[in-house]
Design a protein around this ligand. Structure first.
Ligand SMILES: [Zn+2]
Length: 276
């Protein structure tokens, strides 16, 4: 890409259509259409012949600028995926607002979460349409997080654990035992740490590395235990982060640091699982 070429942003509200289309389910009512770049990629990779699995990893607060600045650190993610979509999140760029849009496909005015509050979402989400299509969905998330609360009450499995590592251990077990068809995994250590310190403190960068490693471990498990399926793997952060006037990490503003994220997707096919 040339330096001055404008970035063509996808919207965070495109994500539900990507996941649902891959899994062969309807997208949620009123959800945005998929991004053409994702559809083109799917056309290239996917076949009707295989059953599907999906592994969606949601690391909290991993902004686009972090990826650009620490690209070398993200190599284990890049090695596991094939396309990168620059994405604009929604305002206010706070966790429950963004995840509500990421999984319903509609803007905050429609889904109703417009700040740091965690009601159970009433609009249709992928958790409704996937389960209606008899697709087994599981959410593995840290307790009290937005992801562990706002999608409650659906016909899916919830695995709520004390911390990121316990979430990852459970997720690895679910993949190994083939206990679900679509697995959503939420981790929050980077967000916790940058709020307490700074976006680029050593502690925060260490936490970010653990998210990258976690995704890599999950993809390796998917490659090994889901090898007979066509598997979508995705690394989908909710929003970015910036350094606030009080010297700590924060987010929620309508600025590129908070609103711009990168979404990473790959599809593993049974014929070439070994390459991953
Ligand atoms: Zn946060």
């Amino acid at each position: 890409m040339f330096m001055n070429e404008p970035v063509e942003f996808s919207q965070i509200t495109n994500a539900p259509a990507h996941i649902c289309q891959f899994m062969g389910a309807e997208k949620p009512a009123h959800a945005d259409e998929p991004d053409k770049r994702f559809l083109d990629y799917m056309k290239l990779k996917c076949s009707e012949n295989y059953k599907k699995r999906a592994l969606i990893y949601n690391p909290d607060a991993v902004g686009m600028w972090l990826f650009k600045k620490y690209e070398e650190l993200f190599k284990p993610v890049i090695d596991k995926i094939e396309i990168q979509l620059p994405v604009k999140s929604v305002y206010p760029s706070k966790t429950p607002v963004c995840f509500a849009s990421m999984y319903s496909g509609v803007n905050p005015d429609i889904h109703g979460i417009k700040g740091y509050v965690k009601p159970v979402l009433t609009v249709e989400t992928i958790f409704d349409t996937l389960s209606k299509a008899n697709i087994r969905v599981a959410i593995a998330a840290v307790e009290k997080s937005s992801m562990s609360i706002i999608f409650s009450g659906r016909s899916i499995d919830y695995y709520i654990r004390n911390d990121d590592e316990a979430v990852i251990m459970k997720a690895l077990e679910l993949i190994e035992n083939d206990s679900c068809d679509c697995l959503i995994v939420y981790n929050q250590e980077y967000d916790d740490t940058m709020h307490r310190t700074q976006p680029e403190s050593q502690e925060s960068i260490d936490a970010l590395s653990r998210h990258i490693q976690a995704f890599s471990r999950l993809c390796e498990a998917a490659g090994r235990y889901w090898s007979q399926y066509e598997t979508l793997v995705a690394f989908l952060p909710d929003h970015g982060v910036h350094l606030s006037d009080d010297g700590k990490g924060t987010h929620g503003a309508d600025i590129p640091e908070d609103m711009e994220i990168m979404h990473f997707y790959g599809v593993y096919c049974p014929e070439n699982h070994n390459v991953k």
